[in-house]
Design a protein around this ligand. Structure first.
Ligand code: B12
Ligand code: SF4
Length: 423
């Protein structure tokens, strides 16, 4: 008999949402192995518990980032109150806090840490055979009251061996046009910024071949009529040659497609920006974080403000809409330094400025070593970890200062008509 797996993506904020690509890639691997998969992306679909249980799944899998973790736990407890079906959780939050979570939540059976395609297929096969082997990688489980872990598998490669995300398992028409066309062409990053967990999550930067990426884009465009897509990679343009290769292919494919991406300031230059523009690039989000070089150094961002100035100008001159970010409440920032950062962004005139309150997400250096950064966490409600709440105070900035500076930065956006694309 073919087994069914239910995968749930909880949400706290359904605005500007996009299909959950990691979960859909895992779903595609399960389908490839012969399992039936039902994906419930709560951003666009709600299913009652009785409808979920009527599917009689072999197992229910739930994704959790830090802000969606409380919601994910609510779902776990609701299911467990009515059924004994095995429940597994994955995603960034449980990956970094697996032991603590399994110890605190007896209703949850398993956590798969980090990249989960291989482990999930293995686990579901074992559940179907009623025999759990200890060779499943990345697994955290319980034996009696004791929480145990298996070793991590090496990062998956080549990524081209993975199937494309199973977009057919969600209703693509329900996502907003501007964010629904989501793609990921690489995993990981080679930097270790103090507020970011990416490098620790993926461990190694790996990229898919431009050839395969283009096939996925062509296929999705023809199925779902996408006119604008976003590359959500951490560091889209990390390799100049590869970026040019993908741009050339996009241009030759002549899909009448416009696109956006997220990348670092120091991965592009005027020549590359022109190539990207000619291939349809109309939007870039640069994680700039601060206009102060000392702060950029403290957080390990390693950017020059002159480079930020030059690249923002070059991209806008090229006709690309530019969004930059300013993090409020970073270690070592004083009130005046943040005001000077706001001035800096006012001077360089990006089209949009994302105001983000610095947040110590699990897995990030600030979260792991708050003492090194001289910060104190003051809010432990994880649903507030959304860059919009004050979660920590620094040696120079108390909660009220951070909030006031945040409002001041938001005002910058008001003057520049905010289009809340993503983040
Ligand atoms: C792209 C991205 C987004 C996109 C998502 C696009 C999309 N449609 O998928 C957007 C912009 C929407 C987004 C939003 C947010 N993001 Co984000 N995002 C990323 C980024 C850069 C890449 C994620 C990705 O796709 N990776 C590739 C895939 C393969 O990985 P994955 O999705 O994690 O899935 C794998 C595993 O997690 C696991 N898995 C996934 N689902 C499930 C389910 C089960 C049952 C199991 C077992 C396993 C499993 O298997 C997958 C395949 O290997 C990561 C950084 C990173 N490199 O991971 C940050 C990252 C995940 N995001 C982060 C954050 C903080 C957020 C926000 C909270 C920010 C905010 N605005 O509040 C929101 C939360 C959204 C939510 N609903 O949870 C943090 C998470 C830290 C943490 N401890 O939670 C990260 C790590 C970046 C950082 N700042 O450190 N994000
Ligand atoms: S913030 Fe950007 S550059 Fe820094 S570690 Fe995260 S993904 Fe890499």
């Amino acid at each position: 008999m073919v087994g069914m797996v239910v995968l749930i993506h909880p949400t706290i904020d359904p605005r500007a949402c996009s299909p959950p690509l990691g979960l859909l890639t895992m779903a595609a691997c399960l389908e490839r192995t012969g399992f039936l998969v039902r994906v419930i992306d709560c951003q666009v679909e709600i299913l009652s518990l009785s409808e979920v249980l009527a599917l009689d799944p072999l197992c229910i899998g739930i994704y959790a980032s830090t802000p969606t973790f409380p919601k994910a736990i609510e779902i776990v407890k609701e299911i467990r109150a009515f059924a004994s079906v095995p429940i597994v959780m994955g995603g960034p939050h449980p990956s970094f806090l697996d032991r603590e979570i399994l110890e605190a939540v007896p209703e949850l059976d398993y956590i798969i840490r980090f990249e989960s395609e291989e482990a999930m297929v293995h686990l579901v096969k074992d559940l179907q055979n009623h025999q759990l082997s200890r060779t499943i990688p990345n697994l955290t489980y319980r034996v009696g009251d004791v929480v145990c872990r298996t070793d991590l598998a090496p990062p998956l490669k080549p990524l081209d061996e993975l199937p494309f995300p199973a977009r057919h398992l969600v209703d693509m028409s329900k996502y907003p046009a501007v964010t629904g066309g989501a793609f990921i062409t690489s995993r990981g990053c080679s930097y270790k910024c103090a507020f970011c967990a990416s490098t620790f999550f993926h461990r190694e930067l790996r990229a898919r071949s431009p050839e395969k990426v283009l096939i996925e884009i062509e296929d999705s465009c023809s199925r779902y009529g996408l006119r604008f897509i976003t590359f959500f990679d951490d560091l889209f343009a990390f390799n100049r040659e590869r970026t040019i290769d993908l741009c050339t292919r996009l241009q030759e494919a002549d899909l009448a497609l416009q696109w956006g991406c997220e990348t670092r300031i120091d991965t592009v230059d005027p020549e590359l920006l022109k190539i990207m523009y000619d291939a349809g690039c109309r939007y870039i989000f640069f994680g700039t974080e601060s206009g102060q070089e000392t702060t950029l150094k403290t957080i390990g961002k390693r950017l020059r403000t002159q480079a930020v100035h030059d690249v923002v100008k070059a991209a806008r001159d090229q006709g690309i809409t530019v969004k930059t970010s300013l993090m409020i409440g970073l270690p070592t920032d004083t009130h005046d330094m943040v005001l000077r950062s706001i001035d800096f962004f006012q001077e360089i005139q990006p089209d949009y400025l994302a105001a983000l309150i610095a947040t110590p997400y699990p897995g990030t250096p600030i979260w792991t070593h708050p003492e090194k950064f001289d910060v104190v966490v003051i809010d432990h409600d994880l649903s507030h970890y959304d860059y919009k709440h004050v979660i920590m105070e620094t040696s120079h900035l108390k909660a009220e200062n951070i909030w006031d500076l945040y409002l001041e930065t938001l005002a910058f956006n008001m003057e520049h008509s905010p289009l809340d694309l993503v983040r």
